[in-house]
Design a binder for this molecule. Structure first.
Ligand code: KG4
Ligand code: ZN
Length: 339
């Protein structure tokens, strides 16, 4: 069969990215322009600024992607773009550019789900990985345990009932005065801390033991700090960071491994920005080993938002003739089982 070369476009939040991937697994080029520095002073992503920056960045990023690939637009077989979930203004930039390219070249447009893209990031790192497997997707906006039955066939097993895991990292980092984004900062700081210094809650729901709740951990951190401040007690930020991270990771690992056992799944994949967390990667691997479960996670560069994962997903959409037309619109609350 002829090689299939897909251009991926990503602009759901604060990364403008373009990538070219061949046959869903082989990276040809990937360019990511991050707006983190621009949003840092505000302690989080400002949607209006994000939209404006995507408009400014998308064409230079696209140009750089083709320069890196050493190829031209006419070598592309299809254009994949994340059409949700995400910030509506941000999404529209990527969607408009993808539509324009698909229309002008008369090639298929492939509107893909960004969360699904995070799962497919694993295929860029692990070329032989195949469904079925269980995926833990943990990012700034989402925390899901998803049973990936086959390519493009999903069942949600558990999800957060309030904050996403990444959101909990970001909010807790803000409380600790560490800056934005909080995940990598807490990860680093926790290495110097005592993770048994504080006992933060590890919520478990009786009606669905695979669901998550992270807002309680964040509130417990705030209460703990306020109480120590009021009593004039000193504390090490490193210890709070380490204890918080341990509580979040323990819950993520516990629920995922229990779900894998329940379904009888021997393969677990991590995905999304929080899958870059060093303790999560280590603990999931260790706990998986105890239960004969093989654990995969993407290379660090494919954990946080990128367009290679979008192009990889687009390949499977193309193979399944799941094409979009030019009426494709942004769906800010798109779910992974809305397929
Ligand atoms: O997947 P992503 O880039 O964007 C979304 O789709 O949301 O994820 C960003 C999230 C942020 O909340 C960030 O703090 C978190 O991923 N993150 C981490 C780490 N690196 C990024 N969380 C914990 N530990 C990390 N090392
Ligand atoms: Zn993401």
């Amino acid at each position: 069969m002829k090689d299939l070369t897909i251009l991926g476009v990503e602009s759901t939040c604060d990364e403008t990215a373009c990538s070219i991937v061949r046959n869903g697994r082989d990276l040809v080029a990937s360019v990511i322009s991050s707006q983190i520095e621009i949003h840092k002073p505000y302690g989080g992503v400002v949607p209006e600024i994000a939209s404006r920056k995507h408009v400014e960045n998308i064409i230079p990023v696209l140009d750089e992607c083709f320069t890196q690939a050493g190829t031209s637009l006419d070598q592309i077989d299809g254009v994949a773009v994340s059409y949700g979930p995400g910030l509506v203004g941000a999404l529209l930039t990527g969607i408009s550019v993808a539509k324009a390219i698909a229309w002008s070249l008369d090639i298929p447009l492939l509107g893909v789900n960004h969360i699904e893209g995070h799962i497919f990031a694993n295929f860029l790192t692990h070329k032989d990985l195949q469904p079925p497997f269980l995926a833990l997707i943990v990012s700034g906006g989402h925390s899901h345990i998803v049973y990936v039955k086959d390519y493009l066939k999903y069942e949600i097993i558990g999800k957060t009932r309030d904050d996403a895991a990444g959101e909990a990292f970001d909010k807790t980092a803000r409380v600790l005065g560490l800056g934005y984004p909080g995940g990598p900062l807490i990860d680093k700081m926790a290495k110097e801390g005592n993770d048994t210094a504080f006992d933060f809650p590890k919520t478990k729901f009786s009606d669905n033991p695979y669901d998550f709740s992270f807002s309680g951990i964040k509130t417990a951190v705030i209460n703990q700090i306020n109480s120590m401040k009021m009593k004039g007690q000193s504390y090490r930020v490193e210890d709070v960071a380490a204890s918080f991270q341990k509580a979040v990771v323990d819950v993520l690992v516990r629920n995922t491994i229990e779900a894998a056992k329940e379904i009888g799944m021997k393969t677990v994949c991590l995905a999304g920005g929080v899958s870059a967390n060093s303790l999560l990667r280590k603990t999931m691997e260790e706990e998986g080993q105890k239960s004969g479960i093989q654990v995969y996670y993407p290379d660090l560069v494919y954990c946080t938002d990128n367009a290679a994962m979008v192009a990889a997903t687009g390949y499977y959409y193309y193979m399944n003739e799941k094409f979009s037309d030019l009426t494709l619109n942004a769906v800010p609350n798109l779910r992974i089982d809305d397929q």
